[in-house]
Write a protein that binds this ligand. Structure first.
Ligand SMILES: C[S@@+](CC[C@H](N)C(=O)[O-])C[C@H]1O[C@@H](n2cnc3c(N)ncnc32)[C@H](O)[C@@H]1O
Ligand SMILES: [Zn+2]
Length: 364
């Protein structure tokens, strides 16, 4: 197998030579996902991970994620992949970086032990690894996960979403946010049977993937409270959108029949103080690339009002002129609402204003 070498963060990594990134390569490595790994390293550091913590890179591929965790954060790192070629390469890559770590060649669902952090970074959906992950986690631990099956989560493949996430998606201008909420909803519901209460501390979507970081607490009461954040998202042709705990059939704005998505996470998808800590950690590091910091800063400014208004969609419905995103945010602020840009879309605003108040801020 002919290898080529990359440098990422503090790590060096050898991977099979490739023309194009594909899941069929003998050992998977996608240099573009350095973006996700830069943020993950920062999340670890913002969690103030202790040296005694055990961190599992459960679907490790070349080992890059675990190796970076080992070199750029605290904790004892464990790496696993079921592919024998990946496991051989992980061992080589550990040596290349003068590291020692436990490497296993196991199906993720057969890995054993208890960990403070479990990272699941699969091809496609993480759902088939959830039960396995909760066996490995405990009170006061963290689950990091990636989903790359955004077509299921955003409503393009509705049946696939129903099978995997047990949820009805909705094609809409805010489908990417809904995808994040369907994913979180599924993970929270899956965790509940183990009396684990999950809370997302950072979530974002970029291109073809969603990444969410969860804090995990053990306890029946806490789990009931987490489940209370599962509900519905509604959308109407008039631009009305809302998340609620209960079903609604008619639009309160225009009386038309509503479309809906269910079950979804209706609460916060991040912890604002934690995101601020991530920005600080990111800014103090010299090894990380610039782009992920821009995303973290956008997330820091983004208000946590569920669902967002796509300006082009509204101006199309109401045949008005298109205001600049910043202008609409300012106008909403001037009439007393919270409003911000959103990383989900550059031509959209998040706000606690209702559709009626947003329409007041559009031009004639
Ligand atoms: C997207 S790649 C991981 C990429 C890696 N985390 C990174 O940051 O570069 C997914 C990996 O999961 C492994 N995998 C898939 N199913 C698995 C299973 N059931 N148990 C263990 N490993 C599995 C594949 O061999 C592949 O290396
Ligand atoms: Zn309506």
């Amino acid at each position: 197998m002919e290898l080529c070498e990359f440098t990422e963060g503090k790590a060096r990594i050898k991977v099979p030579k490739f023309e194009k990134v594909t899941a069929k390569t003998p050992v998977f490595y996608n240099p573009k996902m350095a973006f996700s790994r830069d943020i993950s390293v920062t999340v670890m550091n913002a969690l103030k991970i202790k040296d005694s913590w055990k961190v599992l890179d459960g679907l490790s591929g070349s080992g890059i994620r675990g190796i970076r965790y080992s070199m750029e954060t605290g904790g004892e790192v464990f790496l696993n992949d079921h592919n024998p070629a990946a496991v051989r390469l992980i061992a080589e890559n550990l040596k290349l970086n003068s590291l020692e770590a436990t490497v296993t060649k196991s199906d993720f669902n057969h890995v054993y032990g208890k960990y403070e952090v479990v990272d699941i970074d699969p091809f496609g959906s993480p759902v088939k690894f959830l039960d396995g992950a909760f066996r490995l986690l405990k009170n006061n631990s963290y689950l990091f996960l990636t989903a790359t099956d955004t077509s299921a989560l955003t409503g393009a493949h509705r049946d696939s979403c129903r099978r995997k996430y047990d949820a009805i998606p909705l094609k809409s201008s805010f489908a990417h946010e809904l995808g994040v909420r369907i994913l979180i909803g599924k993970v929270v519901r899956n965790a509940a049977k183990y009396n684990f209460a999950l809370r997302p501390i950072l979530s974002y979507t970029k291109e073809h993937f969603i990444r969410t970081y969860f804090e995990i607490k053990y306890g029946k009461e806490k789990t009931n409270n987490a489940l209370a954040n599962i509900g519905f998202a509604f959308n109407c042709k008039c631009g009305y959108r809302e998340v609620t705990h209960e079903f609604n059939s008619k639009c309160p704005n225009c009386n038309e029949k509503l479309s809906y998505s269910h079950p979804i996470w209706v609460s916060k998808i991040k912890d604002s103080e934690f995101v601020t800590e991530c920005v600080k950690k990111y800014e103090s590091s010299e090894f990380l690339s610039k782009k992920p910091l821009e995303l973290l800063k956008t997330l820091q400014r983004e208000i946590d009002a569920p669902l967002f208004y796509d300006i082009h969609e509204l101006t199309h419905i109401y045949k008005t002129k298109i205001p600049k995103t910043e202008e609409l945010i300012k106008r909403l602020g001037d009439i007393g609402f919270d409003a911000s840009a959103t990383h989900f879309s550059p031509v959209s605003v998040k706000t606690n204003a209702t559709i009626k108040d947003v329409l007041r801020c559009l031009d004639e």
